[in-house]
Design a protein around this ligand. Structure first.
Ligand SMILES: [Ca+2]
Length: 486
């Protein structure tokens, strides 16, 4: 495996370098600036069906996000690299799969400075689970670190969730950190915020508005200073606590809600505030005249939390291996390069963001490591498709009483979910025929299960993924018969 891994890694980086070179020429030929600004908006817990341009639930309103889609390319099969927060955030920053980084579950707030090894679990668990890493290793190379030598000013606004105070954004190349801490959610959405990296300003101010205000202030300063910039706008919303501005809640309370929609007026109001923030940030690009010199990427870190929103028609939500847990809104606006109103059905995933930014800027990928993602510039320019044939996910943990440890492979239209505990090990779906995963074909097509499981096994070894293992002390046989919610 070691030699094969080495060859694969070599192949990947050689190919990436070639693509980077071609990309930089192509960018200039397309007339874009050689150093376009990058605005990356990562909403927290926003599901694929939370935005109207993906799915109109006849209740939510997202006019600014919809307009952004109309001015750029909307991806219909875009994925987060994990169904929960921190692993996806690590993948966004590094272009690497969470399994390779060692962050495969959300990080519980801690000031620990050593990543734990070994296993955890008790007699009630059928398998012991590898301990999750608790911070993004400073040796990982982030987008901000890639951009720094090119003269970029980088700012993180909002939720970080990649480790304690020794591992905040400035350790990973960001010039500014406004609001990022070890926490996965704010204590409150209203000033006074009680966020150590965000000064209180005006009692009652709403956090999403404040984030947008900080973002436009940063962009103005960067432009005034003559610097290209990278804005990582990582909204705390629409994660719990579900708190919104009262006037917007009132609006949704007085609006007719479809009987089959489970989302609340408060949640709809949180979504609208995020949409307002998108309008503020995109509007600022127009105001300071940098719209055509700025690439805007919009996505989220995992599916909608089913307790608060309705991921229908997709199956299940945050934390689950079904599409509702991992399929995301994804929009890229790049004036002069991306055709306005275009739609792309090819699967893309959050590990692609770093390689894409590298190609847009004509920069080399971080050296000395495998970058799992692939630049989606050929899709953006509609000049070709991606080389990779498969996507993978690895969640070797129990998620409360909801879900068992699992991995996923998607190859073409086929999707295999493999669980490491419970009696049913495999679920097989054809996403072309069955996008809502209602028809499990695992027992009908065992050959396809074997084929995909073998590919998954190769990838797990290639990434050196930490695996669950049999628990010799397991006593609670009831768990085997547990009914899953998803
Ligand atoms: Ca999240």
């Amino acid at each position: 495996m070691r030699r094969r891994e080495f060859l694969q890694a070599l192949g990947a980086s050689a190919a990436s370098l070639a693509v980077g070179g071609i990309g930089s020429k192509a960018v200039r030929a397309a007339g874009a600036g050689s150093k376009p600004n990058i605005v990356l908006i990562l909403v927290d817990d926003m599901g694929w069906s939370d935005v109207v341009c993906n799915f109109d639930n006849r209740y939510f309103e997202t006019p600014n996000i919809d307009r952004l889609a109309g001015e750029g390319m909307r991806f219909t099969s875009a994925y987060a690299a994990c169904a929960v927060c921190s692993p996806t955030r690590a993948s966004v920053m590094t272009g690497r799969y969470p399994a390779r980084i060692g962050i495969t579950d959300w990080i519980r707030p801690t000031e620990a400075t050593v990543n734990p090894e070994g296993y955890e679990g008790g007699a009630s668990k059928e398998v012991l689970c590898p301990k999750n890493y608790v911070f993004l290793d400073p040796d990982e190379v982030t987008i901000a670190e890639v951009l720094k030598p090119a003269g970029y000013l980088s700012c993180h606004v909002g939720k970080w969730h990649l480790g304690g105070s020794s591992f905040y954004p400035p350790v990973q190349g960001f010039d500014y950190n406004i609001g990022g801490t070890s926490a996965g959610q704010p204590p409150t959405y209203f000033d006074p915020y009680r966020i150590s990296t965000l000064a209180n300003r005006q009692t009652g101010e709403y956090l999403t508005d404040r984030e947008a205000d900080e973002a436009v202030g940063f962009m103005q300063n960067a432009v005034d200073g003559g610097k290209p910039f990278f804005l990582y706008m990582a909204h705390y919303a629409v994660h719990s606590p579900i708190q919104a501005k009262s006037d917007i809640i009132d609006k949704y309370n007085s609006k007719r809600k479809p009987a089959d929609l489970s989302a609340s007026a408060k949640y709809a109001a949180m979504v609208e505030s995020v949409d307002d923030a998108v309008g503020t940030i995109v509007g600022k690009l127009d105001e300071i005249g940098i719209r055509n010199d700025t690439v805007v990427i919009f996505t989220s870190d995992n599916g909608g939390e089913s307790a608060f929103t309705d991921n229908a028609p997709l199956r299940a939500g945050k934390g689950y291996p079904y599409e509702g847990g991992i399929r995301e809104p994804w929009i890229v606006r790049w004036p002069g390069v991306v055709e306005a109103g275009s739609i792309c059905d090819e699967p893309v995933i959050t590990i692609d963001i770093l390689p894409t930014i590298c190609e847009v800027l004509g920069l080399r990928l971080p050296g000395g490591r495998v970058i799992d993602g692939e630049s989606i510039v050929p899709l953006l320019k509609q000049t070709g498709s991606l080389r990779r044939k498969e996507l993978f996910w690895h969640f070797p943990h129990y998620r409360y009483s909801q879900e068992l440890p699992y991995s996923i492979i998607r190859r073409g239209d086929w999707k295999l979910i493999k669980r490491y505990a419970g009696e049913k090990k495999y679920e097989l779906f054809n996403l072309q025929d069955d996008p809502y995963e209602q028809n499990d074909l695992a027992s009908a097509i065992p050959g396809k299960v074997r084929e995909l499981d073998e590919r998954l096994g190769i990838w797990l070894r290639y990434t050196n993924a930490k695996m669950p293992k049999k628990n010799p002390d397991y006593t609670n046989k009831a768990e085997k018969n547990r009914v899953r919610v998803g």
